[in-house]
Design a protein around this ligand. Sequence first.
Ligand SMILES: [Zn+2]
Length: 222
Amino acid sequence: MKAVVIASGGVDSSTLLYKTVNDNYETYALTFIYGQKHRREIESAKKICEGLKVHHKVIDLSVLKDVLSGSALTDSGVEIPEVPETAEYYETLRATIVPNRNSIFLSIAIGYAVSIKANYIFFGAHHSDRGVYPDCRQEFVEAFEYAERLANDSTHLVISAPFVRMNKSEIVKLGAELGVPYKETWSCYKGGRIHCGVCSSCRERKRAFQEAGVVDPTEYER
Ligand SMILES: [Zn+2]
């Protein structure tokens, strides 16, 4: 069984890569450069894939920055939010939405999968994403699978977000069992030398390790 996995270099997709290999899929990882403000996560994805000895391609879509503006992750005019988890937290997080990102990535991943005769396409959306990112919801995954089966005239294609009903701490627990080298993963939305510790992604990462009762190997600035 062949699977294409979207690998961002973060906690979720790195755990998913380990799970996919552990579940005996012949694994092909894809990492996308989409105009994000830094490349730390790309380097992390490379290290994780090298460690697992899986096929890995980095696809440069940085030209998309011209048409996918307005997100704090890609637009130099929009600050990365640092807010604590107050009532406005989810509102603020919307600044980190990159328009239609998962549809774009998945479309390419599915094209790749069809080319190499892989039937499985996995990505690392999880339950806590659903409040902010509409393209991380199970409803989206099912609808997209339906559309792509039609688009490719194939009833064999399976598009799945295996962690869609899990929260991040459950993912970290699973990853600890699978031996994921979390020190090599990158979550911070800023591209500093070490994790900032205060952006929403760093906060979520910290909390996941705490709740999972797993030692967090990450070095945080704050
Ligand atoms: Zn950060």
